[in-house]
Write a protein that binds this ligand. Structure first.
Ligand SMILES: NC(=O)c1ccc[n+]([C@@H]2O[C@H](COP(=O)([O-])OP(=O)(O)OC[C@H]3O[C@@H](n4cnc5c(N)ncnc54)[C@H](OP(=O)(O)O)[C@@H]3O)[C@@H](O)[C@H]2O)c1
Length: 303
């Protein structure tokens, strides 16, 4: 296919992020990609992606970026911060939705997150502002999919890789409450395949996306100890103590774990059913854990 015959994708946020890296690998072979985010990423250059340096919060007029664009995928979001930070980014994205409506964009994909407890949905800027963008997409005239994946795993993820590293270093791990709530981790490469499928669909809808297995959290953390060849050792915290510990870490400037993430986990809303409709099965988490654990062992023999 000549490059002019390729559909043109505008990727907002993410060329260097966890999801963005997987999206680039998935789409680069047969799409022309224009990518907007703030920091340069070498892989984009290697893949022939057109990078436009930009902060989505500060773009007043998106028409130039949207020129010739067939599909938009929006990944840009922050993990933490004050309301004004989220408000500025949400406003920039609302302008993007508005300009996409008149620019002839064929399909719009918004990366969102699963349901959270009502207090977080209303009171946490991370969620309340994201839902503003989701609602604007859903009430626009665009053909859209709002994709709400659960926790993702992949190289350098902020969940399983961090948990594994913590266990390898400290040989113990906190157990939040009874650990009987659920998590269904989804491989980031599978999310990229889901996005490709959602790009080709025509219906306006919101879809959740879980991985192939709905783990009991405690069984998943036991598995982390197992792949590291260590006996499972926990220090147990009450649900309230768990949120307090995360809030303390947060106050000390750590980005390891945020209090809202613990609350969300404890609320048992992250064990989403597997996404259906892909041509290959979703990846299970075990081979990924084995690879990560082996890498850790090679880096620290005897550690
Ligand atoms: N990770 C998960 O487990 C998970 C689960 C469910 C949903 N999600 C959603 O998936 C999306 C991507 O998440 P991720 O984990 O890939 O995040 P990430 O690794 O933090 O990447 C976020 C990307 O967005 C870009 N970005 C951030 N603020 C921006 C701004 N103001 N303007 C332009 N670009 C900006 C960053 O690039 P620059 O620094 O170069 O700007 C970065 O490439 C988010 O919407 C997130 O809510 C993630």
């Amino acid at each position: 296919m000549s490059s002019s015959a390729r559909p043109r994708l505008l990727l907002v946020g993410g060329g260097g992020g966890l999801v963005g890296r997987a999206v680039l690998e998935e789409f680069a072979p047969d799409w022309t990609i224009r990518s907007i985010h703030r920091h340069p990423v070498r892989r984009e250059q290697e893949l022939g992606v057109e990078w436009r340096s930009g902060d989505a919060a500060g773009i007043d007029d998106w028409r130039a970026a949207l020129e010739g664009v067939d599909t938009v995928i929006n990944l840009a979001w922050y993990r933490q911060g004050p309301d004004r930070r989220f408000r500025r980014l949400a406003d920039g994205l609302l302008r993007l939705v508005r300009d996409s409506e008149t620019a002839g964009v064929r399909r719009w994909i918004q990366l969102s997150v699963p349901d959270a407890p009502e207090s977080l949905e209303r009171g946490l800027p991370y969620l309340a502002r994201k839902r503003e963008v989701d609602r604007a997409v859903a009430s626009s005239s665009l053909s859209y999919a709002i994709v709400r994946p659960t926790m993702l795993f992949g190289p350098n993820d902020k969940l399983l890789t961090v948990m594994l590293r913590t266990i390898a270093r400290y040989r113990r791990f906190p157990m939040f409450g009874d650990g009987a709530y659920h998590l269904s981790p989804l491989a980031v490469e599978d999310l990229a395949r889901i996005l490709r499928r959602e790009v080709t669909r025509k219906d306006r809808h919101t879809v959740t996306a879980g991985g192939p297995r709905r783990w009991v959290y405690r069984e998943l953390t036991d598995e982390l100890f197992r792949v590291l060849g260590r006996p499972a050792r926990y220090f147990r915290l009450s649900p309230r103590g768990s949120v307090r510990l995360a809030a303390l870490l947060e106050a000390l400037g750590s980005s390891l774990l945020y209090a809202y993430e613990v609350e969300w986990l404890l609320s048992d809303r992250l064990g989403l059913a597997p996404y259906e409709g892909l041509d290959r099965p979703l990846a299970t988490v075990e081979p990924f854990l084995e690879t990560q654990a082996a890498r850790w062992r090679r880096a620290r023999p005897g550690g």
